[in-house]
Ligand binder design. Structure first.
Ligand SMILES: Nc1ncnc2c1ncn2[C@@H]1O[C@H](COP(=O)(O)OP(=O)(O)O)[C@@H](O)[C@H]1O
Ligand code: SF4
Ligand SMILES: [Mg+2]
Length: 347
């Protein structure tokens, strides 16, 4: 289906390469804040460190899960990788070409990276028929001509499990799950090299979630998709991804093959995250409790020094308070693909 000619692969099949990329957001001060600051009153002008020196490779044909608690920087990183947000520092390249100039306009590469967002209600124009929504990008970019666009749209609708007649309808005539199928069809119709999905099932009912996850599984096999799949839900990530990257307060703390990481987490945060998956636990006659991670996620306005996790980590030692652990293949880890940012990895 991905008929667009695939460009030459880079070294080791790396398609999208994030190198030491950071993103900081300046405080958004209101007019009143500016006046208060001018009057010498205290105004919170701290910078948000949303993504902090992240290096991450996405290989051709890989489905990589990006997981972590809400607010840890997943969406920001996803948008940087899609060329929507410029990086404050570092670089992001698709086949060796920057996805975005430094703080300037997006480059051509951005059509080769498509995103699917959490909320299919917000991401579709209510006044435009679905067929036009899916067809306009491919028409504009010359992937199809006017004579073939109807059949082209029908083909992508079929791929995501919708009938060809759906092209004539408006977004409000679809259910939430169907709308997400439309959003996926729109992204795929651009024949992207990379699909970035940001919490694509989070706003759907559980039963519908399963259907959309099955659709992603089907697409993964049929189209050999290269995909970044962002989710706070470890249950969702497990079924879809080949590898996962675990994010904590703007940094990647562990990366490796999904099943290995689930079965044998090496970073204390990954272990805590896995332990906190809601599941049935019986305590006497009482149903369900689950172990929550101790403490709150610190604010990205003032991340703790050293290892960001040290305030919550049961294994923290003195060195963790001041020294930032690199994401490395620690010598104690036998698997080549396992990378952990911890001074004292588990196992
Ligand atoms: N456009 C923005 N302006 C200012 N702060 C932002 C913006 N987008 C995200 N943030 C902040 O960056 C941090 C990471 O947010 P986000 O990437 O949305 O995390 P996640 O997707 O993991 O929930 C949060 O503290 C959030 O408030
Ligand atoms: S570096 Fe220290 S504080 Fe951080 S996760 Fe490892 S043991 Fe815990
Ligand atoms: Mg998010």
């Amino acid at each position: 289906m991905m008929s667009q000619a695939q460009p030459e692969g880079t070294q080791d099949g790396v398609l999208l390469q994030v190198s030491k990329a950071s993103k900081q957001f300046a405080p958004s001060l209101s007019f009143g804040d500016h006046i208060a600051a001018w009057l010498g009153q205290e105004v919170d002008q701290r910078i948000v460190h949303a993504v902090d020196t992240v290096s991450l490779d996405l290989h051709r044909g890989e489905v990589l899960g990006l997981v972590g608690e809400s607010g840890c920087g997943k969406s920001t990183l996803g948008r940087m990788m899609a060329g929507i947000y410029p990086a404050s520092r570092g670089s992001i390249e698709l086949d060796g070409v920057p996805v975005m100039g430094t703080g300037k306009k997006p480059l051509k590469t951005t059509t080769r990276i498509q995103m699917v967002f959490q909320d299919p209600f917000a991401s579709l124009d209510p006044r435009v028929r679905i067929g036009e929504t899916i067809g306009e990008g491919p028409l504009y970019h010359g992937l199809v001509d006017q004579t073939r666009v109807k059949a082209y749209v029908a083909q992508w609708l079929e791929t995501v499990g919708l009938p060809a007649e759906a092209a004539e309808r408006f977004p409000h005539q679809f259910s939430g799950g169907q709308r997400q199928r439309v959003a996926i069809a729109r992204a795929l119709a651009m024949q992207p090299d990379v699909l970035i999905c940001d919490e694509p099932v989070a706003s759907l009912d559980v039963s519908i979630q399963a259907q959309i996850i099955n659709l992603f599984l089907k697409l993964k096999h049929e189209l050999n998709l290269t995909m970044l799949f962002i989710s706070h839900d470890l249950g969702v990530i497990r079924h879809i991804t080949d590898n996962i990257a675990v994010m904590y307060l703007g940094r990647i703390v562990e990366r490796g093959p999904t099943l290995q990481v689930y079965e044998n987490p090496r970073h204390p945060y990954t272990r805590a995250l896995l332990d906190s998956i809601p599941r049935l636990v019986t305590e006497g006659d009482e149903l369900v409790t689950f172990k929550a991670i101790e403490g709150e996620l610190p604010s990205p306005l003032a991340p703790p020094p050293g290892c960001h996790f040290h305030l919550r980590c049961p294994f923290a030692q003195e060195v963790c308070k001041s020294s930032v652990p690199d994401l490395t293949n620690a010598p104690s880890l036998p698997d080549q693909d396992r990378h952990v940012a911890c001074h004292f990895p588990i196992g």
